[in-house]
Design a protein around this ligand. Structure first.
Ligand code: NAP
Length: 199
């Protein structure tokens, strides 16, 4: 199996690459900059900007694309990164005959953020590709040390029953990556992975 991670040089991409490598899957990741902590043995880097499809050079054939571009921090880029990059990724899949798309959405967060993620989901559902939508909460792990700072306050406010914090369900990144890879490898008919599937 050959998998291409769009935006795979980031926090989630690195963890997925570690998990997929255990299963001896061929992996490539596309991003504008290379992540030198990902070795060439683990994954092949394809330099590219998803908004510049004509200049992306794809030499191999892939079975699955995993879309990992997104932002929660920059409100001005919600639409571009969380939604419009999905449109470009669907075009890339069709251009290169890649039949399955995995989309990293989200379980909760600010209204406009979650709206942009749900819009991304709609594009995926309507793409006519096989698809899998992943709705994780906030992920934490050692590749992003700052991710640990948010966990305690979120768990505290969530225990107080404040609805917003309940939806930001924190999970270790390794658990999310393992759940996603398991579903991909088992080739089930699942089209969505929710928090309960990743706990
Ligand atoms: N982290 C979390 O807790 C969390 C929670 C819920 C959902 N999610 C979702 O999960 C996905 C992955 O999150 P993450 O934390 O791994 O994000 P991340 O660390 O920001 O990684 C995404 C990568 O995408 C690349 N990218 C951005 N624009 C691009 C473009 N135009 N063309 C190609 N590559 C581009 C960036 O690398 P370059 O700048 O080098 O291109 C970046 O490293 C996102 O969709 C995010 O919204 C994350």
């Amino acid at each position: 199996m050959n998998i291409l991670l769009i935006g795979g040089n980031g926090f989630v991409g690195q963890s997925l690459i570690k998990e997929l490598t255990k299963c001896k899957i061929e992996i490539s990741y596309l991003s504008r900059t290379q992540n030198h902590s990902i070795s060439k043995d683990e994954a092949t880097w394809i330099q590219g900007d998803i908004f510049d499809l004509n200049n992306i050079i794809i030499k191999e054939s892939y079975d699955i694309v995993i879309h990992l571009i997104g932002t929660i921090k920059n409100k001005n880029l919600y639409s571009k990164l969380n939604t419009e990059s999905v449109t470009e990724t669907i075009k890339l899949c069709k251009k290169h005959n890649i039949n399955k798309l995995v989309y990293f959405s989200a379980n909760g967060g600010f209204n406009h953020y979650i709206e942009s993620k749900r819009n991304g989901e709609k594009l995926v559902v309507n793409s006519k590709l096989d698809y899998l939508i992943v709705r994780p909460g906030l992920m934490y792990g050692k590749e992003r040390l700052t991710s640990y700072f948010n966990i305690l306050p979120i768990k505290f406010f969530s225990k107080l029953g404040i609805p917003f914090f309940k939806t930001v369900y924190p999970l270790p990144i390794e658990k999310v990556a393992a759940s996603v890879v398991e579903v991909i490898l088992n080739n089930t008919d699942s089209t969505i992975i929710e928090i309960n599937d990743m706990k």
